[in-house]
Design a protein around this ligand. Structure first.
Ligand code: BG6
Length: 518
C-alpha cells in the first residue's frame, strides 16, 4: 500500500480508500475573499455570481467568505447587492439568497488608477478582519483582456501579490483570450509573471469545467477495455464538432478581432483534442495531466498552407434561416464591418505525429449559425479486416463509433452492428446509450462552479498552462497570418442554418470520408 495517495493537487490520504469514500471526499475551501474585477459586466451577472451561489448551496464555499465587486460604474454596496440578487433569480430559497447577498460588497474605481488599489487595501483590510481570511485572496479578472496587464501590475505594485502570512494564498484568474498570437500571449505571460508565480495563475477555459469534458479522463483511464484500441491500429479518424445556432449576437466588437479560430479552436477545441489524444498521465496531479496535454499539441504537424486542400477551411455565414427564422449574414450584423473577412466557421484536418496517432486524421470544426447547438467528439474505428458475411464486403459493414455528447443531451453512445431477429442474415447498426440525466438523475452543473471551487482549493488541473498555450499559438499563427494576407480570397460563404461551406465537405471527401452529424 503506498504510504500516501494523491487525490488531487495538494491533497493526499494515507490509506487506500474505497470508491464510495472517494466520492464523499469533498474539500471545503478555507475562508477567503473573492475580488471580481469587472463586477458590473455580463459574465459576472450570468455566470460568476450564480456559480458562487450554487457552491454555497452545496456547502462547498467556506462559511467565512466575502465577494467584493470592483468596476468603474459608481454603485453602493446595496446597489450591488440588488444586482447580485437579480443574478440569482429564483435559485434555492429567498432566505438563502439573502444570506449570500450579505457577503457581497462593491468598490468603484478606475483599473489603472493607483487610488483604486489604495481603496482596495482599506476595504480588504476591514473585510479580512471580519471574515478571518488570513489574507487568502482570489482575484478574478472579468474585464476586457486589454486590462489584464495593467491590473496585474497595479496589484503587484500595491503589494497584493504576496503575503508574509504562511496561511495566506493569493490567486489570479483570467479569462480567454490569452493573447491573439504567440507573441502577444507570451507578452501577457511575461507581464503576469513579473507579479505572480505560475502556481498563482489560473487561466480559465469553461469547457474544462463541463462534466462531460472531465469525464473523458475517467472514461479513458478508469476503464480497461478502451486503452488497448485507442491508437492508429484500431482508430480510423476522430471528429470534433462545436456548432452553435446563435450568430455573433452583441459581441461584434470582440469577434471582429477574434474569429472562430481564436475564439473556439485555440482554447475549447484544442482542449478536447488534448484530452482525447493524450497519453495516460502519471497521476491526476495538475502538472502530470498538463504535461501530457502539452505533448499532444507539441506533436501536431503544421499544414503546408491555408487552403482547404492543405486541411484548413475558413467560412463566414451569409443570410439564411435558423429554426425557420430568417437571419442576416455576418456582414449585416450590428457592429460588423460590411467587408469583414473574419471567419465565423473554421475546419481543420490535424495530424498528431507520434507513435499512437501517426496516420489518424483529427477533423475539427466549429461555426456560428449552424443548424443546431451541439458539441461532440466521434471516435470512428476501422472496418473489420475481412468479412465472413459474404457477399457483404468488409467496408460495407459499418465501423464502430464512440460518440461523446458534450452538450446538449450529455452522454456517450457506442454504435455497433447487430443481427435482425429471424432466420435471414440481416445486419443493422444499433446504438448503446449512456445518458447523464438518466443515469444520475441530475443535470450536469454549471462549469464555472467547479472551476471556482478548484481555484479556492488550489487545484490547477483544469486550467491552461502557459506551455500548452504557446504550443497552440505556435500552430495557429501561420494559419492566421496566411488568412490575414489572403483577405477575402479563400473565404467561403455558407448560408446561415447550414453545416458550413462546401469546402469543409470537400476536405473529408478527398479522404473518402464525411462529417458525421446525426
Ligand atoms: C465562448 C466563445 O468561449 O464559448 C463564444 O467566446 C461561444 O463565442 C461560447 O459562443 C460557447 O460556449 P458553450 O459553453 O455555449 O459551448
Amino acid at each position: 500500500m503506498p504510504p500516501e495517495t494523491m487525490l488531487s493537487q495538494g491533497v493526499s490520504v494515507s490509506k487506500v480508500i474505497t470508491k464510495e469514500e472517494l466520492c464523499l471526499f469533498e474539500q471545503v475551501a478555507p475562508a477567503c475573499g473573492i475580488i471580481i474585477f469587472g463586477a458590473s459586466g455580463d459574465l459576472t451577472h450570468r455566470k460568476l455570481l450564480p456559480s458562487l451561489f450554487a457552491l454555497a448551496q452545496e456547502n462547498l464555499l467556506p462559511k467565512q467568505f466575502y465577494i467584493l465587486g470592483l468596476a468603474r460604474s459608481p454603485m453602493s454596496d446595496s446597489d450591488f447587492q440588488a444586482k447580485v440578487l437579480d443574478s440569482l433569480g429564483q435559485a434555492a430559497t429567498a432566505a438563502a439568497r439573502q444570506d449570500f447577498v450579505r457577503h457581497c460588497g462593491y468598490l468603484a474605481g478606475e483599473y489603472q488608477d493607483s487610488k483604486t488599489y489604495e481603496g482596495l487595501r482599506q476595504r480588504l483590510g476591514g473585510l479580512d478582519g471580519i471574515y478571518e481570511t488570513s489574507g487568502r485572496h482570489l482575484f478574478y479578472l472579468s474585464t476586457p483582456p486589454s486590462l489584464y496587464e495593467t491590473i496585474a501590475a497595479q496589484l503587484g505594485q500595491s503589494g497584493f501579490a504576496d503575503s508574509r502570512n504562511p496561511e495566506a494564498w493569493i490567486r489570479i484568474v483570467i479569462e480567454k483570450p490569452f493573447g491573439s498570437s504567440l507573441a502577444t500571449a507570451e507578452q501577457l505571460n511575461l507581464s503576469l509573471h513579473r507579479v505572480f508565480r505560475e502556481k498563482q495563475i489560473y487561466r480559465i477555459d469553461h469547457y474544462l469545467g463541463k462534466e462531460t469534458v472531465q469525464n473523458i479522463l475517467m472514461f479513458r483511464f478508469a476503464n480497461a477495455i478502451y486503452e488497448p484500441v485507442w491508437n492508429n491500429h484500431y482508430i480510423d479518424q476522430v471528429q470534433i464538432t462545436a456548432a452553435e445556432s446563435a450568430g455573433v449576437e452583441h459581441r461584434a466588437g470582440y469577434y471582429e478581432q477574434a474569429g472562430a479560430l481564436r475564439d473556439m479552436f485555440q482554447n475549447h477545441l484544442f482542449q478536447l483534442l488534448s484530452l482525447i489524444a493524450m497519453e495516460p498521465p502519471a497521476s491526476l496531479a495538475a502538472d502530470a495531466v498538463r504535461d501530457e496535454k502539452s505533448k499532444v499539441l507539441a506533436s501536431l504537424s503544421f499544414p503546408k498552407g491555408c487552403d482547404w486542400q492543405d486541411g484548413v477551411v475558413r467560412g463566414q455565414y451569409a443570410a439564411g434561416a435558423v429554426d425557420d427564422e430568417v437571419v442576416p449574414g455576418y456582414r449585416q450584423e450590428p457592429g460588423v464591418k460590411p467587408i469583414s473577412t473574419i471567419e465565423t466557421y473554421a475546419a481543420l484536418k490535424l495530424e498528431i505525429d507520434n507513435w499512437r496517432w501517426h496516420g489518424v486524421p483529427f477533423y475539427l470544426r466549429s461555426g456560428k449559425r449552424m443548424p443546431a447547438r451541439t458539441t461532440d467528439i466521434r471516435v470512428v474505428f476501422k472496418h473489420v479486416p475481412t468479412s465472413i458475411f459474404q457477399p457483404l464486403l468488409a467496408d460495407q459493414i459499418s465501423p464502430n463509433i464512440l460518440h461523446f455528447r458534450i452538450q446538449p443531451d450529455e452522454g456517450i453512445a457506442l454504435r455497433f452492428e447487430a443481427k435482425h431477429p429471424g432466420p435471414k442474415l440481416c445486419m443493422s447498426s444499433v446504438t448503446m446509450h449512456f445518458d447523464y440525466e438518466d443515469a444520475f438523475g441530475i443535470r450536469p452543473p454549471e462549469a464555472y462552479a467547479r472551476l471556482f471551487h478548484d481555484v479556492m482549493v488550489g487545484d490547477q488541473t483544469l486550467f491552461s498552462r502557459q506551455d500548452w498555450l504557446s504550443h497552440s499559438w505556435r500552430f495557429l499563427d501561420p494559419i492566421l497570418e496566411c488568412w490575414a494576407k489572403e483577405k477575402e480570397a479563400g473565404l467561403a460563404f455558407y448560408p446561415a442554418g447550414s453545416w458550413g461551406p462546401a469546402e469543409a465537405d470537400d476536405l473529408l471527401q478527398k479522404d473518402g470520408r464525411q462529417w458525421l452529424t446525426t
